[in-house]
Design a protein around this ligand. Structure first.
Ligand code: P61
Length: 458
């Protein structure tokens, strides 16, 4: 294992609170066994998400002081626009305050009832936004991408036959867009190859269907292409990104991931008519087109973050830190999704806790135990987050995978923190038979995992 030493040093520190087991037991009970309801300052290591949790660089913080808070035409907007155009290559750049607004604006303008949207795997906000518009979100990832053990180097790839079959089945007029999520978050943070991107693009062109990226973790995807795909070893990350986006018509982006900022996002696209309609709606719900719900200083931080994320030394550390955590777990037999993805290690809760059925949320059982035992916050990506309901019987239809995600914030935790996390999980693994499942006491209609209240099964 190559030890991934940090390519930065620490200038500012944020003390972490250490709580007792008794305190944590009380906290999780009061939270209805829902990890989203725990006050963050009671958490020792927070691996809930890599979204909006990055540490900004000194250069980004300096950029905040250059924020131009003019209502219209802020100079930071122009810097942001120029940076996005340079990397992503799309003509129109529309700022939003985070990724899901970009999704909502896009879908509000192009989806109608009965439409179908293929993707490798839709992330939950994307799926929810598609379904909110009474359209159907279809996952077309390759079969290997659903097998936690399969070592395919690009498990985020779209299955071209599944994509073609979906277009044949519903007719191209009912498929207003094809999406591709890089890296594929819901499938384990797995990359998509350039070859596959070209193939998806060709299918889209053949049928005259616009092709968009969900680009949240584009730089991590580019690093994997450089590492694993023939012909890309000597290219820069910027060159790889530029090629990748050249095959598409636009993208949605949550800058809270590879933008290395705490808030922000955008929509970018070549089509002027779509851009105009979306901009008009942006003005209705987010703000003027040169700030889209963000402050000028936020736009500056994104512009600088998007340049920093292309640094190969940073990406090498980033990808290897995640891999380092995964390898420590794998060595001790903890079942994880392999190969390890870009932004997170995904524990396979179905194999970790085979005695807890999906209806009793094995992933959530592990999430709760990890908090109670070690003060670590992770997130369930399984039946609690992703299950569907059978419209006839009302019975839960579990997703194929029951995962627990350990998402690693960018530039925030040291490798020693990763070792602490690994040791806690390995300890739980050795005593896994003791863990019990949960039932739901309250759930909302959409995105229930955020607010659900649960009860342990005695
Ligand atoms: C995450 F628990 N992801 O992974 P926004 N596309 C993709 C994402 O990963 C994504 C968005 C769009 C989050 C945050 C999150 O139930 C949850 O800027 C591939 O968050 O609006 C976000 O971008 C949306 C965590 C979202 C959750 C929803 O942690």
């Amino acid at each position: 294992m190559q030890f991934p030493a940090e390519p930065f040093r620490i200038k500012v520190v944020e003390p972490l609170k250490i709580t007792s087991r008794e305190e944590r037991e009380k906290l999780i009970k009061e939270a209805g066994y829902n990890i989203f309801m725990i006050p963050a300052d009671s958490i020792y290591i927070d691996l809930l998400t890599d979204s909006g949790t990055s540490a900004m660089s000194d250069n980004q913080w300096a950029g905040l002081m250059l924020g131009d808070e003019s209502y219209a035409g802020s100079k930071n907007y122009y810097h942001f626009e120029e940076t996005v155009r340079h990397i992503f290559g799309f003509k129109n750049v529309i700022p939003t305050h985070q990724g899901r607004v970009a999704e909502n604006l896009l879908f509000s303008n192009i989806l109608k009832e009965g439409d179908v949207v293929p993707n490798n795997i839709h992330f939950d906000t994307t799926r929810a936004n598609v379904e909110y518009h009474k359209a159907q979100a279809i996952d077309c990832v390759i079969d290997e991408g659903m097998d936690p053990q399969n070592l395919h180097p690009f498990k985020g790839n779209m299955d071209i036959d599944k994509l073609e079959a979906a277009i044949q089945k519903y007719g191209k007029d009912r498929v207003p867009i094809i999406l591709l999520t890089v890296t594929n978050n819901s499938g384990g943070g797995q990359p998509v190859s350039m070859q596959n991107i070209r193939e998806v693009s060709a299918v889209a062109k053949k049928h005259g269907i616009p092709f968009f990226f969900d680009a949240c973790r584009f730089a991590e995807n580019c690093y994997f292409i450089k590492e694993r795909e023939d012909g890309y070893q000597d290219k820069t990350i910027l060159e790889i990104a530029q090629e990748m986006f050249s095959y598409a018509d636009g993208c949605t982006m949550s800058a809270k991931k590879d933008g290395l900022v705490n808030i922000g996002g955008f929509l970018a696209m070549n089509d002027d008519q779509w851009a105009q309609r979306i901009t008009n709606m942006l003005i209705l719900i987010e703000g003027f087109k040169t700030y889209g719900g963000l402050a000028g200083r936020d736009l500056e931080a994104i512009a600088r973050g998007l340049k920093e994320v292309l640094d190969e030394n940073y990406l090498r550390f980033r990808i290897n830190q995640t891999r380092f955590l995964g390898e420590m777990l794998d060595k001790e037999g903890v079942p994880i999704v392999k190969p390890v993805g870009g932004h997170a290690v995904y524990v396979d809760a179905r194999r970790f806790l085979p005695h807890i059925p999906p209806e009793q949320f094995p992933g959530q059982a592990l999430v709760v135990e990890l908090f109670v035992r070690a003060g670590i916050r992770s997130v369930e990506i399984g039946s609690l987050m992703m299950a569907k309901k059978d419209p006839q019987t009302g019975k839960m239809i579990p997703p194929k995978l029951e995962l627990v995600r350990l998402a690693i914030p960018r530039r925030v935790y040291t490798n020693m923190h990763m070792q602490y996390v690994a040791e806690a999980i390995i300890e739980i693994y050795r005593e896994r038979e003791k863990l019990k499942g949960f039932t739901i006491e309250y759930e909302a209609d959409f995105l229930r995992h955020f607010t659900a209240r649960l009860k342990p099964i005695a």
